[in-house]
Ligand binder design. Sequence first.
Ligand code: NAP
Length: 340
Amino acid sequence: MKILVMGGTVFLGRAFVDEALRRGHELTLFNRGQSGVTPAGVEAVRGDREDEETLAALVEGRHWDWVVDTCGFEPRIVRRSVRALAGHVETYAFVSSFHAYADWPAKSVDESFPRHACAVDAAPEDVPYNALKAGCERVVEEGFPGHALIVNPGIIVGPGEPVGRLPWWLETVARGGRVLAPGSPDRVMQLVDARDIAAFLLDRLAEGDSGRYLTTGVAGNTTMGELLAACAEATGSDAAFVWADERFWQEHDVAPWTELPLWAPDLPEFAGTWTPSSAKALAAGMRCRPVAETVADTWRALRDGGYPPPKYLQGQLPVGLAQDKRDAVLAAWDARGPQG
Ligand SMILES: NC(=O)c1ccc[n+]([C@@H]2O[C@H](COP(=O)([O-])OP(=O)(O)OC[C@H]3O[C@@H](n4cnc5c(N)ncnc54)[C@H](OP(=O)(O)O)[C@@H]3O)[C@@H](O)[C@H]2O)c1
């Protein structure tokens, strides 16, 4: 099949391109050429998706079976590509997020849950990412009725993860010694590998499918304890995990998600964080590899240098607890006394 990818060079898009090439598809990648890697064997078209003239030039005299849009973040901008591509592609696949569901992370959402409201002309200065993603979905659905395929991934991990959530834990655990860990090792999580979403998207497109799928992985496919143990195994580390209760972290102003990646506090407003339902996607054939395999492959990719370093290592994103704060929190934990 002929596939146009809006983006395609960093993480999920790159995983999609790799898998599509492996399956023998013919690919055109449209991006600015500023980030990531363009593999051999694809047609690269340079341009900014915000620019309508560039989009018009991209589609002139062209036709693709599918477009896969991995880099849509604003409805007004996604609408430009939806309009430009009408009549030039059969199916528009859009990578959204589980953030699009208004009740996430408080509730265990599925595809029947309401999405955030969002005006088509909403700007990121005024409207959060969550609502903008929902707005983008609607623009695609309206522009390609019956031919829009939307995926709502959960937390995506895997080789080349640019945010650096799992890479931060891997680097931290690899250093060994006593490693502070959040809450309980039994805290159930749900992670999904970018490569599994990519394969699922290609499977669904090949079936001529449309509609929406939550792609958040297999329910409870890991726990915080298993994840950190997998990090130790992958890195050959002697790390000894010191499980400090959540109240303690909060008392020391450690921020969930950013300073402690992949940690959502055990509070009612986060009750559904790790329990969105991927039942529909799994019933449709989505296959998810074991989290330990993802962890090992991510560590290998970090070492091989086949991907750009995660953004937090480049100082572009605040991910992970700084070493001095980590030492101070550990010292405070040791000094807290027998009653905690
Ligand atoms: N990470 C998570 O846990 C998570 C969870 C849920 C959903 N998601 C969603 O998953 C997707 C992940 O994206 P990814 O980074 O992995 O995708 P990707 O396709 O691998 O990389 C992003 C691409 O967008 C291109 N791009 C950015 N701005 C552009 C512009 N103005 N015009 C043309 N091309 C542009 C970049 O190239 P240039 O910079 O060279 O233009 C790059 O090729 C996102 O939609 C995100 O919302 C992520």
